[in-house]
Design a protein. Structure first.
Lengths: 138, 138, 138, 138
């Protein structure tokens, strides 16, 4: 399964060149992950932050075509890796049939003190549902 | 040579977990690049945007240790690649002697219409000064 | 009529004190206005920016109770003034039955050169529908 | 005395109309206040957030002229009110001799639980130094 997150490009996202300012894309990715955890994994960011956190440890993105104010994107998320304490995710953002960006991130489940924690069993099972058949380069 | 950009971690950069919200790191990287072009390359972002732009085409970052409100970072930039229309940059952010993140980006010099443009000769020469001895993986 | 804009408080909105960082409220207000123009007035921000703009000329807000990650707000917008080139708006944001903030803004319809322009007739008529019975203090 | 905070208008601050996106002005104001407390009052935001916070309870701004990428602003802060737990501040932002915005805010000193706390004596004394002769409209 793929988690699909609709994302309108709003005025606030765009720069003087009329295209999305790239740090805003990372906010969108973060919003997409927050929605994925809350809506699909039954493990909201609010709950996670009561006990610790799930910071992004690494992320990369390739912006293949610019997005403009008024565009409607679909960010599509798949899970590529379920480690002991970490989760690997991949994202494609499309507008119509054009790819706007592809991204890949690794999140780590941590305690309040920042120590990696084993992903809860229920969370692992839920993540398996969104496992992509990506042959990871890691 | 290395361009060094001081960056205080302010209240606005931090999230409920008390650490920098990672999209804010990308704003810092963008600010660092804007300062580099304006202060060191004699080619300000203001001037560039009169004729076109220099969007980030790809970027990756690994956040090796969290940064907290009040930390003073130093973002260190080197140029690793000078292509026809593109520039490869690498960044290390340190606080004291701790690495907080390492990042790598590719920028593309474009016209108003988004077409790649050859980097001006003076800009290429200025970039050479900041050329790092990184053995690129590209 | 009142325009109602649902707004979830996300991780990105919150600061190290665990509450919404107040500049983020102004982004929410801007998003609310953008949705209002596009969804209700038949005059999207995208269209407006083809011919000029509609910058916020003044704004004030009183934050009466903090909002936290996971809260679901409703931002309620009414139009209080329809000037020659300007629009007066008021906003109430509630969570359950608690008021989180009340705000008031004035927008000005301008040309590309920044000159105030008379609000188009269709826009004036649409705005009238959302006219509040607020006794303005202006 | 007046606290003067230099603020360059960077690429990230500007919108597709080429002018500062107004919520970014509120970030600048927050940065100005953070610098004022840390540099002039001997009471950094980092220290304040160990024991509580100093949220903005209300704020208003009038944007009298647009600011553009590359502009160098000076935000000038004065203290207009020192209440039991609250502080009133006013701000003028100028570029050359043009006023870009004038703003007014009220901050409240609170405990971790959000209860208003009496401003410490040393902080009151330091604030007095920046007291403006503004005849407040409150």
């Amino acid at each position: 399964m793929t988690f699909v997150f609709p994302q309108d490009i709003l005025f606030k996202h765009c720069d003087p060149a009329g295209i999305v300012f790239f740090p805003r894309y990372f906010e969108m990715i973060n919003d997409c992950v927050e929605a994925f955890f809350g809506q699909e994994l039954g493990c909201s960011f609010v709950d996670i932050h009561k006990f610790g956190g799930i910071p992004t440890a690494e992320i990369s993105a390739k912006f293949s075509a610019p997005s403009r104010h008024g565009d409607r994107l679909e960010i599509r998320l798949k899970c590529t890796k379920i480690g002991n304490a970490s989760v690997g995710l991949v994202f494609d953002a499309i507008c119509g049939d054009e790819l706007r960006f592809a991204a890949k991130s690794a999140l780590v489940f941590v305690s309040k003190e920042g120590k990696p924690q084993r992903l809860p069993t229920a969370l692992r099972a839920a993540l398996e549902t969104f496992r992509g058949d990506v042959v990871s380069d890691e």
